[in-house]
Design a protein around this ligand. Sequence first.
Ligand code: ADP
Length: 328
Amino acid sequence: MSSTIKKIGVFTSGGDSPGMNAAIRAVVRTCAYLKVECVGIYRGYEGMMESDFKVMDARSVNNIINKGGTILKSARCLPFRTKEGRQMAYDNLVKAGIDAFVVIGGDGSFTGAMTFNEEFNFPVIGIPGTIDNDIFGTTYTLGFDTALNTAVECIDKIRDTASSHNRLFFVEVMGRDVGHIALNAGVGAGAEEILIPEENLGLERLVESLRRSRLSGKSSSIVVVAEGDKTGKNVFELKEYVEEHLPDYDVRVSVLGHMQRGGSPSCFDRVLASRMGVRAVEALLEGKTNLMVGVQDNKITLTPISKAIKGHTKIDKELIRVSDIMST
Ligand code: ADP
């Protein structure tokens, strides 16, 4: 493959997610395989503005495919939102001889990369790394599958204690704007009810459903709630509401929080990261830019970053139907 690109930078940016290390490894190893130099940029755009660079070869990424977090660290960088900040980052990349970069992050990181590309005509490719699965142009983002498995494992444990004491648990999972984690983890863990931002069926329906559930002889109930659910109440207020309307219930709350972002990536995320990393480097060497690598119909695809950040992901209506049937 002959290309003008001889040195590729790689970094992780914004919210971290499991599988980011596997993606770094894939980018570095693909560069080594295709005889292109690779530079790790620490702390995302912050490190780019401070020339925090380290040359990486195939051996720099030994034994990281199974590690959570990101060896290159991640950061949120306000100055990169300014033209002066991006100019400084550009000057540093040019000084280091870096001709293109692969950004592993979410829509904020992609917006930064797209602006950078448009201002400096600098080749960029994105790999979607976020547990929320909220990026258009890919059925799965890196870290989503691992986060689901973590959430399901936690809810299984909560179920044990819930059924020992005939309790109702509200379990809050991540998802401020989208309910993919709540819906999938809820179905996977056999939740009685799932509250997601995309649908607000109302509090009365929730109370009615829990009442029916109790009458049908269930010994415990789990309600999975996405952070951004639209009932207008957070999990603690939901607890109070249900206690008020269903005094028979012994209600508890569990907020899973950041543990959903950590941990060793699942096999699915490791394989996905490897495929995406290979495609990202190949795309740059083919002269492509301003695109995000995704997976659709189990094929690796490229979508313009502008579409990836503006498009909406849709909640799986079929899965909502399945969840309703399963909670009978
Ligand atoms: P994520 O990539 O997980 O969505 P953020 O939204 O925090 O995370 O974005 C990560 C970083 O990307 C920001 O700290 C900032 O440096 C950069 N960024 C985000 N939005 C923009 C923007 N509109 N212009 C330039 N840079 C941006």
